[in-house]
Design a protein around this ligand. Structure first.
Ligand SMILES: [Zn+2]
Ligand SMILES: [Zn+2]
Length: 291
């Protein structure tokens, strides 16, 4: 079984950034110029609590928003992608995060949990949510020098998934505000029929994407639920993480490799793949359900 289509292209996207319509430092048009020049195909402006619209011929714009809640001991930020303005009138900031997710979905959008490590989201809280289409495993602004160093949520997500949380596909987003070191770092690579709004929304709903700060994942093949084979751009190391703390052959270090494999352990319920290149940049697959 192949995880990705053999024939469809991947499109490079950033689904999380801010403009001068909230607390970003660049205007909506300048943000779009930045991402176009950085080689992106798809962009969502996700200003805080409002949907910012611009139209472009040279980028596929996905209208978005970031809504937020403050709970005891943690904050919750949720991206709504594919939104219309109705959400700004109907969103209740004193409601619950689950109500926010339900509202996004009822308006035809998809909901993504943003930067759970930065927000101090707990596994128990994340397990309680339903209706998310994905979660940010990487959030570029949440690192030095701008904003602490909790960009990478992978360990927290492993704990959540190992304790029964829904296996969600993963996004890598910039969450750009300053447009300094955090912008143009991350991408969510979407495999879609074509570069159109409906096709990209369909791919997001179906989980046809992976997250990266550099390396490419070309294919993941699951053979008889016994072996996983990943092909990728030249990597230094590949790690096959699962819900079992120790596994034979999990860590493969072979500079320049473009393919490697892992034999699924009897106790693995999911496996996810992390590819690292020579520069230390990473790509993350979704957690793949094994049994
Ligand atoms: Zn946020
Ligand atoms: Zn944000």
């Amino acid at each position: 079984m192949k995880h990705f289509s053999e024939s469809l292209p991947f499109y490079k996207a950033n689904f999380h950034c801010h403009t001068t319509e909230s607390d970003g430092h660049l205007s909506p048009a300048a943000v779009a110029d930045f991402y176009k020049n950085a080689g992106y195909d798809i962009l969502a402006l996700t200003d805080h609590r409002k949907v910012t619209h611009i139209s472009r011929d040279d980028l596929l714009m996905v209208p978005g928003i970031e809504i937020d809640y403050r709970l005891t001991g943690q904050w919750v930020h949720i991206l709504g992608l594919g939104m219309n303005d109705e959400i700004t009138d109907r969103w209740n900031r004193f409601g619950t995060p689950q109500e926010g997710i339900d509202l996004i979905r009822s308006l035809g959008g998809i909901a993504v949990l943003a930067h759970p490590a930065w927000s101090l989201n707990t596994p128990a809280f994340m397990r309680s949510l339903t209706g998310l289409s994905g979660v940010e495993i990487w959030n570029s602004v949440s690192t030095l020098p701008l904003n602490g160093d909790r960009a990478d949520s992978s360990s927290l997500l492993d704990v959540t998934w190992a304790s029964g949380g829904e296996l969600l596909p993963v996004f890598a987003n910039d969450d750009s505000h300053q447009y300094e070191t955090e912008a143009g770092v991350a991408a969510t690579m979407v495999q879609a029929e074509e570069l159109s709004f409906s096709s990209v929304m369909r791919a997001l709903k179906d989980g046809h994407f992976y997250a990266t700060t550099g390396p490419e994942i070309h294919q993941i093949e699951i053979k008889n639920y016994q072996e996983l084979i990943v092909s990728c751009s030249p990597a230094e190391s590949v790690i096959f993480y699962s819900d079992c703390p120790w596994a034979e052959g999990r860590s493969i270090i072979k500079p320049g490799m473009t393919e490697c494999n892992y034999f699924i352990q009897k106790s693995d319920h999911f496996v996810r793949i992390e590819v690292r290149d020579k520069a230390g940049r990473k790509a993350w697959s979704a957690p793949i359900k094994i049994r």
